[in-house]
Design a protein around this ligand. Structure first.
Ligand SMILES: *Cc1c(COP(=O)(O)O)cnc(C)c1O
Length: 485
């Protein structure tokens, strides 16, 4: 183990700042006061402020040590399926932090904001082009927020057509946020099962689609990492009964440059700028989940919308059919800047390469590990592959045991126990940014762990062993979170 990545080096304990406080210690040298002291009114002084007394170096070390307890894409491979934890080029952050961009004020008015409005306007066109759709809103702050926007648009569409519907079809391979978004719009989710190949069939959809169904929400590629190959036929079935097709486009990094959802029957979909388009994510944001729609749905987009006339950009709220405002001001501008910089620097060919590498890397892992872990759907995958712990069951080793042991090998574990259609799922998304070398190290680690499962299952039951803390009581952590440090 000594030679494994991530297992050497100093691991510091770090108490809260208050416990490190030394009376009289101070972070700066303040010149002797030569101004006459004035007595403050007692009422202005809070007497319970007890800030820790520390030097600058104490504080720097404290936060640096805490930061080293974190694991991120910048520290190692992070193969968390369904999350696209890829490396995002730092240059895009640099662009978004430039003073002239970061200091733009949303209340400056259209005249003083032409550059920002142009950037947003152009980004909208780029995203519409990538997805083969007609129009874009950049307002939603996350993927799930985009889903909500999309569901509200579908709702508004049916309302406008004079007959509201009550149901939405959602496959068992959809992302978990999909039914939640449908429920928020008062739609009942109707579950439809994928077939033994892991994809939806036109027959299964035809069976449940009726004129009381507002539409279908399809995650494509789905949460098994498989492409919904019948999507066009399914869209035809839904459209024939007056329904709309929502595409969950969070997995767009698998198909950019190859598939335009607008050409295969999708009416409305969201993208995750913080997955596919160069914003790091996790820890609660900020993110951005733009929604792209067909021409028919354009009138329902949230306002304000950006218009362009005689080369001047302005914001308009004059949208009688709009679902209204979804975010303060215009959404998360900094995230949009990163996506804009990313798309321009990659170019069309570069974005196509992203998808090629994402898919190649996932298939390489799938083929390399399929003798080691059970592979429930043994067919070409897209950007991620889903194994489970069936082969380890005889040694009483579960997906959780293996995921925890991966921490000892210096890897963030993959997604576990999701998607729900696979029992004991172990879902790996390597992303396009990992080198063959780091992917091989991951494969070797999983193989070594599978060997341990056979030869030394007790060790796996107590993993992780060399991390700062070992196995935590996750139920307790979720039920009784300790938020005070
Ligand atoms: C991540 C993800 C979402 C939700 O996106 P958030 O930005 O986390 O709200 C929805 N669908 C799929 C397929 C996803 O992978």
């Amino acid at each position: 183990m000594e030679n494994q990545i991530g297992t050497s080096g100093l691991i510091f304990n770090e108490p809260p700042l208050w416990e490190k406080s030394v009376p009289g210690r101070c972070g700066m040298s303040i010149p002797v006061n030569d101004v006459k002291r004035v007595k403050f009114d007692k009422g202005l002084i809070r007497d319970s402020v007890a800030l820790p007394e520390l030097s600058e170096l104490d504080v720097v070390r404290h936060y640096t040590r805490l930061s080293q307890w974190n694991f991120g894409v910048d520290s190692g491979m992070y193969p968390l399926g369904s999350c696209t934890m890829k490396y995002n080029p730092k240059t895009n952050d640099v662009q978004a932090s430039k003073q002239e961009i970061a200091n733009v004020h949303p209340l400056s008015g259209d005249d003083a904001s032409q550059g920002a409005l142009k950037l947003m306007y152009d980004l909208q066109i780029m995203l519409a082009e990538i997805t083969g759709m007609h129009s874009t809103t950049l307002q939603p702050a996350a993927g799930a927020h985009g889903e909500l926007a999309g569901m509200m648009i579908i709702h508004a569409f049916h309302e406008k057509n004079g007959r509201q519907r009550s149901k939405i079809i959602i496959p068992d391979t959809a992302h978990g946020t999909n039914p939640a978004s449908a429920t928020l719009c008062d739609y009942e989710s109707i579950k439809v099962s994928s077939n033994e190949q892991g994809v939806l069939t036109p027959e299964a959809v035809a069976e449940v689609m009726d004129e009381d169904t507002a539409g279908i929400m399809i995650t494509n590629p789905n949460t098994l990492g498989l492409f919904e190959e019948n999507i066009k036929k399914i869209a035809d079935i839904v459209h024939a009964k007056g329904g709309l097709v929502y595409g969950d486009g969070a997995n767009m990094n698998a198909v950019m440059g190859f598939v335009k959802p607008g050409e295969i029957g999708i009416d409305v979909m969201h993208l995750n700028l913080h997955k596919t388009f160069s914003t790091p994510h996790g820890g609660g944001g900020p993110g951005s989940g733009p929604v792209v729609v067909t021409k028919e749905l354009e009138p329902f987009l949230p306002f304000p919308v950006i218009t362009k006339q005689n080369n001047k950009y302005s914001l308009s709220e004059d949208r009688p059919d709009s679902i209204g405002r979804l975010h303060t001001f215009f959404g998360h501008f900094g995230v949009m800047v990163k996506a804009y910089a990313y798309i321009l620097s990659m170019g069309a060919e570069g974005l196509k390469n992203v998808s090629e590498y994402a898919v190649l890397n996932a298939n390489y892992i799938k083929e390399s590990l399929k003798g080691t872990l059970n592979l429930p759907y043994d067919r070409p995958c897209m950007h991620e592959c889903v194994f489970n712990d069936e082969k380890q069951a005889e040694f009483h080793i579960t997906t959780m045991d293996m995921a925890k042991r991966l921490l000892d090998f210096g890897f963030h574990p993959p997604t576990v126990y999701f998607p729900l259609v696979v029992e004991g799922a172990f879902m790996v998304e390597p992303t396009e940014t990992e080198s063959k070398q780091s992917i091989d190290e991951f494969i070797d680690a999983v193989k070594a762990i599978a060997k341990e499962a056979k030869e030394n299952p007790e060790l796996l039951h107590s993993a992780p062993i060399i991390t700062k803390v070992s196995r935590l009581d996750e139920v307790q952590a979720a039920r009784k979170p300790c938020l005070r440090g």
